[in-house]
Design a protein around this ligand. Sequence first.
Ligand SMILES: [Zn+2]
Length: 265
Amino acid sequence: MWQKTEKDDLVYYTLPRWEERGARLVMTTRRGGVSEPPFDTLNLGLHVGDDAAAVVVNRERLLAAVGGDGERFVSAKQVHGREIRYVTAADGGRGFDDYGGAFDDTDGLYTDEKDVWLATFYADCLPLAVFHPEKKLLGLAHAGWKGTYRDIAGALIDAMSVDSAELWCAVGAGIGPCCYEVDEDFYRRFRERYDGADDWFRRAESGRPHFDNAAANVALLTRHGVRRENIDVLSACTCCREDLFFSYRRDQGRTGRHSLLGALI
Ligand SMILES: [Zn+2]
């Protein structure tokens, strides 16, 4: 179960059960950084128009609190694709203080080396993590609706080539079905692609469909063989919780990024 942690001014969520088995997972919030509005305050995205120096301070502050540092940080330019990349300590520092240094066109990272800090960024999209507690493999992936439609969860599991029944998975905070109104075409596309996708939508009083991206990803993970009891979901809507999270939809595109970070320890 996700656990909220407050350390100095920082507020973030961790998974103690994972930590006991050798993986530290950190879902950040917007709290505890130095960025000015609309990036206040713990914006971790270098690509959103914030002052880069402030972002680096935020990243350093967070990593210091959770036991990492910039030289072991690895990030990618996320494009709502399906590319997963294996990374090692040799990739440390990629994209830490220079967005250009991040891996191109990549939405998932995994490693089997200790102390490599995988970092992914969000403002409504859904953070996913996969951990093999025996083989000590850790992967993260970014699932916006396009990633979900393309089954990035399956891509990550395939890339890690492990028995999915032995995997532990985590779903971080994304926009909830309370706020994620979509159009009928969106609804139709998912129904055409996936059996049972109807369960991933609810109808608002207006009659319009609302998408439950977390439910969709939990369903996809279980279809790939992950056991439901091994999936921890953080139930918090990024759009509702303005006090905790950035939201692309709520803030009409001009906002910061929170992060899902993880490392084998
Ligand atoms: Zn909401």
